[in-house]
Design a protein around this ligand. Structure first.
Ligand code: AMP
Ligand code: GLY
Length: 425
């Protein structure tokens, strides 16, 4: 089959890479892709959804996979479905689970899915009153999509009030912040759990853990994610079962009952507090960098997972994973996440070590190909070095060995990815 992947990050590269190794797949297209996805397939530069659907029809593309949230919230799936095309992702209505935090919190409350105590409001007086009832830290969230920046963890009541005021006035995030959620702070450890859904049935992928802060020991500012690993030993059967019974089943049933059956990948942001999984948020797409570790763990053909989910046929799929671990270390550019950095040529040493050749690889993200044919770091998160192994330590060591082979001016990465799992071991 021929597949089109929408997006340009390391997440999309890793999906393309999995499809490239899949004998059911002939050709992979990316729109827009990045400077390295052209090694896996063909990059397109079409943004209009109907023009993309035209291309899909004209070029015999059997399946479209949507990576990022923005086109989902904007209704790409609705456009494709109306034209009878097969696409992996939720409709715009179902994508509100990510597109509106108020929709998501109210949905969780309606279906008794455990989540932090909250209010949603557009009133500054109401915001102030609720803030007074909470202990610090206090979490203030803009309702709409803010590119991952719309959540502030305030360390004092004054800061929480100031943040709420700035959001509600439209000064902080424009329209996206004119309604807000205020909630209690949950103290625990965070997990990324992914359920690939076909509207009715679902497959839960090995649980992952992301590292959102820029610096080692979870210090520094929040980022899109500086590294991840899976499966994490921080999830035991009890937590998987609670997630299944209290979260995934009621969510999928609720979405179906409310007339928006969920197809695509449900990304469940979980905080485990004293052994109890509590939902922080839903996203309606794969996590980045979590996808870069999950794709190489997939033993079944990637086309099977995506195509069967997109066509409501997961009950006829047996999706298997390798009995291995994957660790991914993000290499970011000099000024990430504050501002863009000057382009820097990427040089990758030739890898002679057989162990590394077979058990480590790069998923490219913020890269462009220069007119000289060379790869340049041009984005914030430039690439992810992924190591695989029979233990987390082995996978981690291989990922960092690969990091050592990659050079560009100003490169930065965390040195402690997977530390929580290794502390446990
Ligand atoms: P969100 O976009 O809602 O996932 O929030 C971004 C990040 O903020 C999460 O990944 C958490 O690390 C943190 N966060 C959000 N809500 C809470 C909460 N209620 N308690 C503690 N941390 C939170
Ligand atoms: N890695 C977290 C995210 O993709 O939102």
């Amino acid at each position: 089959m021929n597949v089109l992947i929408i997006g340009s990050g390391g997440r999309e590269y890793s999906i393309g890479r999995a499809l490239k190794h899949d004998e059911n797949v002939e050709k992979v297209y990316f729109s827009p892709g990045n400077g390295a996805t052209d090694e896996l397939g063909e990059n397109l530069s079409i943004t209009d959804f109907n023009a993309l659907a035209d291309f899909v029809e004209e070029n015999g593309i059997d399946l479209t996979i949507v990576g990022p949230e923005a086109p989902l919230v904007e209704g790409i799936v609705d456009v494709f479905k109306a034209r009878g095309l097969t696409i992996f992702g939720p409709t715009a209505k179902a994508a509100q689970l990510e597109g509106s935090k108020i929709f998501m919190k109210n949905f969780l409350a309606r279906h008794n899915v455990p989540t932090a105590r909250y209010i949603e409001t557009s009133s500054i007086e109401e915001a102030y009153r609720f803030i007074e009832t909470l202990e610090v830290p206090i979490v203030v969230k803009a309702d709409g999509l803010c590119g991952g920046k719309g959540v502030i963890i305030a360390q004092s009541h004054e800061e929480a009030k100031k943040t709420a005021g700035e959001m509600l006035s439209g000064n902080a995030f424009g329209e996206a912040g004119t309604a807000i959620v205020i909630e209690e702070f949950l103290d625990g450890y965070e997990l990324s759990v992914f359920a690939v859904c076909d509207g009715k049935d679902y497959v839960v992928l090995p649980a992952a853990q992301d590292h959102k802060r820029l610096l080692d020991n979870d210090e520094g500012p929040n980022t899109g994610g500086m590294g991840a690993y899976a499966p994490t030993p921080l999830v035991n059967d009890d937590i998987y079962q609670k997630l299944d019974e209290r979260v995934i089943k009621p969510t999928l049933k609720g979405m179906e009952e409310e007339g928006m059956p969920f197809t695509g990948v449900l990304f469940i942001g979980v905080m485990v507090v004293k052994g109890e999984p509590i939902i922080l948020e839903y996203n309606v797409r794969f996590g980045d960098p979590e996808c870069e570790e999950l794709m190489p763990l997939l033993k079944s053909p990637a086309s099977d997972l995506f195509y069967k989910a997109a066509t409501g046929d997961l009950k006829n799929a047996t999706i298997e994973f390798h009995d291995k671990y994957a660790v991914g270390v993000v290499m970011a550019s000099r000024d990430y996440p504050y501002k863009s950095s000057p382009p820097a040529e990427i040089i990758i040493d030739e890898i002679h070590h057989e162990e590394l050749q077979e058990n480590a690889h790069i998923s490219f993200a913020g890269v462009s190909r220069g007119e000289d044919g060379k790869l340049y770091a041009t984005g914030g998160r430039v690439l992810v070095c992924v190591g695989l192994g029979d233990s987390i330590k082995e996978a981690r060591d291989r990922a960092y060995m690969l990091v050592g082979q990659v050079h560009f001016a100003g490169k930065q990465c965390r040195t402690d990815i997977a530390y929580q799992a290794l502390q446990e071991a």
